[in-house]
Design a protein around this ligand. Sequence first.
Ligand code: SAM
Length: 265
Amino acid sequence: MRVDVLTIFPDYLAPLRLSLIGRAIDEGRIDVRVHDLRDWTTDRHRTVDDSPYGGGAGMLMRPEPWGAALDAVLGEEPDVRVVVPTPSGEPFTQALAHELAAQPRLVFVCGRYEGIDQRVLDEVGERARVTEVSLGDYVLNGGEVAVLVVVEAVARLVPGVIGNATSLVHESFADGLLEGPAYTKPSVWRERAVPDVLLSGHHGQIARWQRDEALRRTSARRPDLVAALVPATLDRRDLEVLEACGWRPTADGARLERSAAPVAD
Ligand code: SAM
């Protein structure tokens, strides 16, 4: 996979060279190229911003440097996905991370100031697929932090980047649930013991316990995720655990809904 990042702060992307992503870059699994948008300016001050038409506080990024930079970086290649972090984008999710991980080329566009002249996105949208993504309902100073998040979430899904691929199968969101609690040695710490079942060596019972805990935690912390589950994909024990948490299938069986206050167990 090739990843290009366009920014006025190239140094901001330095952490990509660390840890697992850094190793993936060294091993040639991911090719990351960070470009300074100011290299495509034409004036002495290397200006990238100007005041917005219609007034308003703050400055906007001018279209000319962006147009020239995108022309150079996109080239004539097909199958380039342009990713634009913005608070008004679609929420970034694990599902979108999987979708982006399947792309051969990603180009990230980092906004600053009050954002980018809309014509840049409209124009590039005519020659590439553009996805505007939001990290959440808050406002950052620039797109660089968002790009670090998105690239890390995407790159770890590229085959070979995570040594043990099964760890991807059991983590949060893989099956629409949060991951439950996890424990390591020692088995007793400050008088707190690890749940017995995890020491039992019984793989079936351990897997069931982990699934039960994932269902309970998801119900408590992210009821929106439980409401998105399809009952037909759940087994009888799943439904029992969810019932104890206050969920029941809807009349048509298509979804789950809150039935009552959770039953304590
Ligand atoms: N005026 C914009 C608005 O109200 O939507 C906010 C601009 S923000 C100060 C500058 C840049 O930070 C944006 O262009 C975007 O690249 C990035 N950014 C800010 N919040 C973000 C978020 N929640 N998700 C993704 N990117 C964000």
